[in-house]
Design a protein around this ligand. Structure first.
Ligand code: D5M
Ligand code: FE
Ligand code: ZN
Length: 481
């Protein structure tokens, strides 16, 4: 025990006082420099009242941290794939998935004025008109050779190849992802081929951002990797204790969101066991449970899985199944959701996605990198899809409905996975990559990935002001805006 705390306790005991265990918990988290003054004043006050027990209420009143009962903390789960997952079989499943993707995105693009002239691919291929027309579809291939780019699109009526000559437009086409949905303006070329003259993405329209009426804060975390040797347990505990401290921001925190990779998992990558301190999923989740249990009960904790958590690997992922740890499901302040999920926090819509698709996008798109994950997040918003590329590293299940289309426009977009905390804005949407609580692993070092772990990002849901607490000892590697 710290000597200042021992002094405070002895002082009260010598004056004939008892200290309630809940009051003790608060004292443990108070700035040690203030302890002597606090205890002396409370002892003086209560001696006058002839009441010789110091309880939680005395300390909360003294410190001005009595919970404000008027602070609302309402959570509504607006979307959770857990109960919607069906999994179709084989080719049929994938046909259904892509047809659902096409239909949902076409519905979104129909709001654009250009879509009034939208025709099917089959129609455009046989039309004998000099006028420009619009078609939309999913990109099956894009190829650049000798100063021109060829783009192949598919809709339910057929497939279409168009050529892009314009340099600027070629650059835009170069950043498109395969299986992404686009609308294009086309005209007939000289040799009866089609020339693509313009390109329209579903994108995000200008919109009104929802804010909370009461001033409460949400904390954004992800990639704890509990069970890994590299999990920053001490720093994480320090952060969790801070949640119970008298700090004015801590006193208004009502939500903690965990965006996946809660535990490190088992058998996720070769030789992982050498990097684990907890060797089973159950043991890892037990530890997660005991850490989450230390979060004050008036804070709601939303837990979403990532690629290291148990359940299934393919997107969309169900919530971490009860069978691995039923206590997490039973905690009164914990809400378990799948990946992706949309939750409303006092009316502020937050879309949570672990971010698995970032790997494929960074690897196939010029100009994007692991160091600026929010740029990838903007790409996803423009495509209105959380994982457009199919058939590379990110497994996608053959669902009958494409649950990865961004139908519901969020106020905050929360992603993790790449272990780089970063903030940005896009069309009024706050973009949060919540970094990690795992130190750089040997694998990450070998591929030159530099995480900035140990940063807790928090947002005032009334003003959208952003704060952060840094528990990273490397001060050169902190949050950059
Ligand atoms: O992933 C953290 C980041 O590191 C994410 O961008 C993927 C990358 N990563 C991690 N392990 C591998 C392997 N084995 N191959 C390729 N890329 C990898 P996380 O989900 O926390 O492991
Ligand atoms: Fe991770
Ligand atoms: Zn991950």
């Amino acid at each position: 025990m710290k000597k200042e705390l021992t002094f405070a306790l002895n002082y009260a005991l010598n004056k004939g006082f008892q200290i309630h265990p809940d009051a003790f918990k608060i004292l443990e988290n108070v700035d040690v420099k203030k302890l002597e003054k606090i205890i002396k004043e409370i002892v003086r006050e209560k001696t006058k009242q002839k009441l010789f027990q110091i309880n939680q209420d005395d300390l909360e009143t003294y410190l001005g941290i009595k919970e404000d009962p008027t602070l609302k903390s309402e959570i509504i789960v607006l979307f959770d794939p857990t109960t919607k997952i069906t999994t179709g079989e084989g080719v049929d499943g994938y046909n259904a998935l892509f047809s659902s993707r096409f239909n949902k995105l076409k519905k979104i693009i129909l709001d654009r004025p250009e879509a009034r002239k939208l025709k099917s691919i089959a129609f455009v291929k046989t039309a004998k008109t000099e006028d420009d027309m619009y078609v939309c579809g999913l990109i099956t291939t894009r190829n650049t050779e000798r100063n021109i780019t060829k783009l192949v699109l598919e809709d339910p009526s057929g497939s279409f190849e168009g050529i892009v000559f314009d340099d600027e437009l070629q650059k835009t086409v170069g950043s498109l992802l395969t299986d992404q949905f686009v609308m294009v303006r086309v005209g007939l070329g000289k040799n009866s081929g089609f020339v693509i003259k313009d390109l329209i993405l579903p994108d995000i329209p200008d919109q009104h951002i929802n804010k909370s009426e009461t001033e409460v804060y949400a904390v954004f975390l992800s990639d704890l990797h509990i069970g890994s040797k590299y999990f920053m347990e001490e720093e994480f505990m320090e952060f969790v204790s801070w949640l119970s401290s008298p700090d004015p921001v801590a006193r208004k925190i009502r939500f903690v969101l965990i965006g996946g990779d809660v535990v490190d998992g088992v058998g996720i990558y070769p030789n992982q066991e050498k990097e684990l301190v907890c060797l089973t999923i159950e043991e890892q989740l037990k530890k997660a449970e005991s850490l989450i249990d230390k979060i004050p009960k008036n804070v709601k904790v939303i837990i979403m899985p990532g690629n290291h958590d148990p359940g299934r690997r393919a997107l969309p992922q169900p919530a971490i199944p009860k069978k691995y740890n039923s206590s997490l499901w039973e905690m009164e302040n914990v809400v378990m959701v799948g990946n992706p999920a949309v939750v409303s926090l006092n009316g502020v819509k937050v879309m949570m996605f672990h971010g698995q698709s970032i790997d494929d996008i960074v690897k196939t798109t010029p100009g994007l990198s692991y160091n600026k994950p929010t740029n990838v997040m903007k790409h996803l918003l423009r495509a209105r899809h959380l994982s457009p590329i199919y058939g590379r590293q990110t497994p996608i299940a053959p669902e009958m409905e494409d649950l990865l289309v961004i139908e519901n426009i969020p106020d905050i977009f929360h992603v993790g996975h790449v272990h780089r905390a970063e903030l940005d804005m896009y069309k009024g949407i706050l973009l949060v990559n919540s970094g990690s609580w795992q130190r750089q692993t040997p694998f990450q070092a070998s591929v030159g990935m530099t995480p900035n772990p140990g940063i807790a990002i928090m947002v005032n849901l009334k003003t959208f002001q952003v704060f952060h607490q840094n528990y990273n000892s490397n001060s050169e590697n902190i949050l950059q805006n």
